[in-house]
Design a protein around this ligand. Structure first.
Ligand code: C2E
Ligand code: MG
Ligand code: MG
Ligand code: MG
Length: 292
């Protein structure tokens, strides 16, 4: 498709046995076919406002079911797609599917909700990236302010200035930019300073013990206060129980996402209903330790 991607087979081959290399090649072939035939799917997980529990958006998450390999988790096929350049077509496919879903009223993802789409650093380094995103918005009719791109902290973004200027152009159209998995990357503060962000998403690993560990609570509070000072919204990832939810309310977190509020689901009547529902205060009332 006239686009370039870095792929150096030597990078991984040296570390792998012939057997796993063969398995990877097979998986790569099958993933390529799935992208070409459009048989990947997208699931949507609700993002709720705290403490109201009102659903304000969804995150689009790619899913791949292969007849022979079964359900392959994104943590396997996304890195493979990144190594092989397939991520460019995969990423654009997910972006278009998510924009189409969000732009079509009264089915699946309701009007007014924002839709967050994960973007690989490999996509960001493409000179045509801005055009790809604007093209998806134009073709689907989705209002730009309803789209949020999620960027992960990574050393793979070699030229932060170029990336920042691409993202600034998208921001000028109203597209939101989230820094995903915050705190797990190599240069969290550098990215916080360099990129035109609107949202910081606190990684699940910090949320896990936030109601049990005073140290984790302090770290999360620090992230929330820093982000707020910079005028950014904070979303907590991976909320699995009421204690975590109540603690994040106490710490002033703006939005949250996790199995406690809703699983990623394919577009359906059930998804529509669950997105219209408000979580309600009882989600925060369950008995448990007082916030740390
Ligand atoms: P992410 O963007 O940080 O997405 C959140 C992950 O946490 C998802 O995993 C989601 O299913 C999972 N999750 C949500 N709530 C909970 C919870 O309460 N507890 C636990 N334990 N997990 C929860 P998933 O869907 O397996 O995706 C993994 C990662 O793969 C994503 O992490 C994202 O980095 C990447 N990914 C997924 N879809 C795409 C895509 O279309 N493009 C790109 N570039 N990356 C994608
Ligand atoms: Mg994400
Ligand atoms: Mg994340
Ligand atoms: Mg992640």
């Amino acid at each position: 498709r006239g686009r370039a991607a870095h792929y150096d087979p030597q990078m991984r081959a040296g570390l792998e046995t012939t057997e796993t290399t063969t398995a990877r090649r097979r998986m790569e072939r099958r993933l390529r076919a799935a992208i070409e035939h459009g048989t990947l799917t997208v699931h949507y997980q609700p993002v709720v406002a705290l403490p109201s529990g009102r659903v304000t958006g969804v995150e689009a998450l790619a899913r791949w079911h292969d007849p022979a390999l079964g359900n392959v988790p994104p943590d396997q096929f996304i890195p493979l797609a990144e190594d092989t350049g397939l991520i460019l077509d995969l990423g654009e496919w997910v972006l278009r599917a998510a924009c189409r879903e969000a732009a079509r009223p009264a089915e699946g993802v309701d009007t007014g909700l924002t839709v967050a789409v994960n973007v690989s650093p490999v996509q960001l380094t493409q000179p045509g990236f801005v055009a790809v995103v604007l093209g998806a918005l134009r073709d689907t009719g989705l209002a730009p302010h309803r789209l949020c791109l999620e960027i992960t902290e990574t050393a793979a973004i070699s030229d932060l200035e170029v990336t920042a200027s691409r993202l600034r152009e998208l921001r000028s159209h109203g597209v939101g930019i989230a820094l995903d998995d915050f705190g797990t990357g190599h240069s969290s503060l550098t990215m916080l300073r360099a990129l035109p962000l609107t949202i910081v998403k606190i990684d699940r690993s910090f949320v896990e013990n936030v109601a049990r560990s005073a140290q984790d609570a302090v770290l999360v509070r620090m992230v929330i206060e820093t982000a707020h000072t910079l005028g950014l919204e904070v979303c907590a990832e991976g909320i699995e129980d009421a204690d975590q939810a109540r603690q994040l309310v106490a710490l002033g977190c703006d939005t949250a996402q996790g199995w406690y509020f809703g699983m990623p689901e394919p577009p359906s009547e059930r998804l529509t209903q669950s997105l219209r529902a408000t979580v309600g205060p009882d989600m925060f009332d369950a008995a448990g330790p007082a916030p740390v």
